[in-house]
Design a binder for this molecule. Structure first.
Ligand code: ZN
Length: 490
């Protein structure tokens, strides 16, 4: 490789040449989903970002062990207001075993990732399956004097740690500032200091997910799982740790502190973070009504969506932005991605049918090198895609009879498309298969419901009732809402 891969390290805040710890072997850990709800657009971005990295590292000839955990021990930190573990709450409300809730959403998550053509990681460890490792980690931190026990819980002593090491190196936060701005919260008197974080929590009686430990029947603090499982599967030092930018603080900051407090140095060489997705400039959130699940995108079944978007449109849309830039969702932006992707895919199909000439009137040799250069520059997927659009224009010129390509150059373009578009960016042709089916299905439902709306507007109740009743008989639930008709399959 003429030009080595450089990645932006959040810790050093610079682009650094990637040099693995062990020649040709790369250890990579990415914080995975919390499985107590359906996968949404926010889940798609880290999955696709690190899928691109995983694919590219493998293409460069590395043997990659990619670990992506499953957070199935719901955490109080996620839902301080409600004060109850989210998985436990759902299990209690629906009278399910907590593991049933986890498995249900995990199956759905995997299906959505598969639709997005995200390759499964090498290992997907469950936090609930690694309680022993997490207890061992807490013991080490206690033994080294960086934690204390209080009422059956164990807390990390941030102030003490900060005297010798620096707490806040990843996020750039300052402990004194944090102590001055953090208000003492009710029910946190167990902590010596409000900035301290839980390594082990004693469980309240209503808490279903609990395990025995030397301190209490309880459950590990959220940050412990990634430190314990990263070390178990990738060793005391590994190459890359990734996740969304929203995890930098407190999650990853606490992971660094836990690693240093237990083994005296950080485990991670390159910290990588993808930026967030906003919807019309706003953060996604259930209370804001702009929370759209991936299934809703694939079928178009959400009030904010004007149409269905195929999984490849979503993937392409995400890759058209650099992973460290924000991405703002809108129907217009997704429609532009859909058009762009179909232009690229059409040109690929034309390319496969192109008749070679004796010589080429256009230059295609540079595209490959340029695509490599872009990817090597901190995985710059939008620039890579721009070069593929150059190839697309060249193909169209030749197809329209305004240029020629030799057999050798046609082959080169085929190889470049296959390598960058299909293998590395992970785009697949959706003119047949699942994605297309989803999209067509969503559009057919829209058509049917629009006919029903028109019938209602014309006071043709017989037709509108017939459509509703027969859809209900097939197993659909049709609900008239303020801004249109909502549907789901029961
Ligand atoms: Zn994590």
């Amino acid at each position: 490789m003429k030009h080595p891969l450089h990645i932006y390290n959040t810790l050093t805040r610079t682009k650094e040449q990637f040099i693995p710890l062990h020649e040709r072997h790369v250890g990579m850990y990415v914080c995975g989903p919390t499985v107590y709800g359906d996968a949404h657009l926010g889940h798609a971005r880290p999955a696709i970002t690190f899928d691109l990295l995983f694919r590219y590292l493998k293409h460069l000839g590395y043997k990659v062990r990619y670990v992506r955990n499953i957070t199935d021990v719901g955490h109080l930190e996620h839902d301080a207001d409600e004060g109850e573990d989210k998985i436990a709450k759902k299990a209690r409300l629906e009278q399910l075993e907590p593991m049933e809730v986890v498995q249900f959403y995990l199956n759905r998550y995997r299906k959505a990732m598969d639709a997005l053509n995200v390759q499964p990681p090498s290992i997907e460890p469950h936090a609930s399956g690694h309680i022993i490792e997490q207890i061992e980690l807490v013991k080490e931190i206690l033994n080294n004097g960086y934690a204390y026990e209080s009422e059956g819980s164990v807390y990390f002593d941030v102030e003490k740690y900060n005297k010798k090491h620096k707490y806040g190196i990843l996020s750039g936060r300052n402990v004194e500032d944090m102590m001055n701005t953090t208000r003492e919260l009710e029910g946190q008197e167990e902590k010596h200091n409000p900035v301290d974080f839980a390594l082990w929590k004693s469980a309240q009686p209503e808490h279903i997910m609990r395990w025995p430990s030397p301190w209490s029947n309880g459950f590990p603090g959220w940050h412990c799982e990634c430190t314990a499982m990263g070390r178990k599967y990738l060793g005391k030092h590994f190459d890359i740790h990734g996740g969304g930018m929203d995890l930098i603080f407190p999650h990853h900051e606490c992971e660094i502190a836990q690693a240093v407090a237990s083994q005296d140095d950080d485990m991670v060489h390159y910290w990588m973070h993808n930026n967030m997705i906003t919807i019309n400039g706003q953060k996604m959130g259930k209370s804001l009504g702009n929370f759209i699940t991936l299934d809703e995108f694939f079928t178009g079944n959400h009030a904010m969506l004007t149409q269905a978007y195929s999984p490849m449109t979503i993937r392409f849309f995400i890759l058209q932005a650099h992973y460290r830039s924000t991405v703002d969702f809108s129907n217009e932006a997704l429609q532009a991605s859909e058009k762009g992707l179909s232009r690229l895919m059409d040109s690929y199909r034309h390319l496969l049918k192109l008749q070679p000439s004796a010589t080429s009137s256009v230059e295609v040799k540079e595209i490959r090198a340029k695509c490599y250069e872009a990817l090597n520059d901190d995985l710059n997927s939008p620039v890579t895609i721009a070069y593929l659009f150059d190839a697309c224009r060249t193909i169209n010129t030749v197809k329209d009879g305004n240029g020629t390509l030799s057999a050798e150059d046609i082959q080169e373009l085929k190889d470049v498309y296959q390598l960058f578009l299909v293998d590395i960016l992970g785009m697949k042709d959706e003119t047949s298969g699942d994605g297309r089916n989803h999209e067509a299905f969503g559009k057919a439902m829209d058509l049917l419901l629009n006919i029903r709306q028109e019938a209602k507007a014309n006071k043709d109740w017989a037709t509108s009732d017939k459509i509703r009743d027969e859809l209900t008989a097939i197993g659909f639930e049709i609900k008239d809402a303020k801004n249109g008709t909502e549907w789901k399959i029961n």
